[in-house]
Ligand binder design. Structure first.
Ligand SMILES: [Zn+2]
Length: 340
């Protein structure tokens, strides 16, 4: 029995801003997550993303994303980072207001004390994580966002930026000089560095420079299905060397031809066999995906993935590591730098 699950990536505020707010304390059929579904699934900790790009229509971007994701249906939407700082502020406000409106069920994880509550408390902890460093006009701006509550940062989304090359880069330059500064500032503040969406060289650069555990919050394994958003052996080895984790994700095109609980479990089992249990985690990307794998259409169904892993021979303590303990280990190492 898996007691608790930590989910390394959900686009909750994006969903609210795009589709409007409907009471999260009610179980709405077809919604990827809400309080009743978190409770049924045992999800106690959610990395709640701040995705500050806005929709646009640009056939060039649409083509890049469609080629990158390579799914059966072309990507119909295109996004651009325009005035991302302004947009990011709206995402933060959504999380503050969710925590206020749903205070008896949900709280924001910002301090060491909050982290101790997570898992013990009845409530679900949301940890604000910035997706795409475009919001930072200067590496030092990360401190502003830390003070707004951010505790995690992906260095890129799917576009190159001034800090690093992305997984869809035409020229993988890795981290830039400013990107190196950003890594050291994130380490000092206790902001978790996330290399999902980054290029291979960026991921290796971040992992080798960072003095703290590095994560790939929502990516699968290239060894099972080659995809620009997936991580290969070199990147997993580098993440593992930092004490970090890879969050296996429900993004259907990254799983393979027939996305299902079984084909996702193939990714997990391969990484488990090669790299052991300490690098395993979950990062669904709920609210950021349009299609879901067969059998995993909302967050309450996550225990099914663990049942599948159990049936393939993964032991209880390794399952608990993947579901919860590994993420808490990464958080605790960063939390030494957070306020008490
Ligand atoms: Zn993402």
């Amino acid at each position: 029995m898996v007691t608790y699950i930590a989910d390394l990536h959900e686009d909750v505020s994006y969903h609210v801003l795009e589709h409007g707010y409907q009471d999260f304390s009610t179980d709405i059929n077809g919604r990827h997550a809400d309080i009743p579904k978190y409770k049924r699934g045992g999800v106690k900790l959610v990395f709640a993303a701040v995705f500050s790009a806005i929709p646009t229509w640009d056939p060039r971007i649409q083509e890049t994303l469609s080629r990158g994701y390579g799914g059966s249906t072309p990507i119909s939407r295109s996004y651009i980072f325009r005035a991302p700082l302004q947009m990011a502020l709206e995402h933060f406000k959504v999380y503050y207001r969710l925590a206020r409106a749903l205070g008896k069920d949900l709280f924001l994880v910002k301090t060491r004390g909050d982290l101790e509550y997570a898992g013990r408390d009845e409530r679900i902890g949301f940890l604000i994580s910035i997706e795409g460093a475009e919001v930072l006009e200067d590496p030092g701006d990360l401190e502003l966002f830390f003070n707004l509550g951010a505790r995690s940062l992906t260095v890129t989304w799917n576009y190159d930026n001034r800090y690093a090359a992305s997984c869809m880069s035409k020229r993988d330059y890795g981290l830039t000089g400013e990107g190196e500064e950003l890594v050291s500032i994130a380490n000092d503040l206790g902001v978790i560095l996330d290399v999902s969406h980054a290029s291979k060289k960026t991921a290796l650069d971040v992992a080798s420079l960072s003095k703290m555990p590095v994560i790939a919050s929502h990516s699968n394994y290239s060894g099972v299905h080659r995809h620009p958003r997936n991580v290969d052996d070199d990147v997993i080895e580098a993440i593992k060397a930092t004490g970090g984790v890879v969050g296996f994700t429900l993004i259907t095109s990254t799983i393979g031809e027939k996305p299902s609980i079984q084909s996702l479990a193939d990714h997990v089992m391969s990484v488990w066999e090669r790299f052991g249990p300490d690098v395993l985690a979950v990062g669904t990307d709920f609210f950021g995906i349009e299609e879901t794998p067969e059998g995993l259409s909302d967050v309450s169904m996550l225990p099914r993935l663990f049942s599948e892993l159990r049936s393939r021979g993964m032991g209880e303590s390794d399952i608990r590591k993947m579901a919860w303990d590994n993420v808490v280990r990464v958080l605790e190492s960063h939390a030494t730098r957070w306020p008490a």
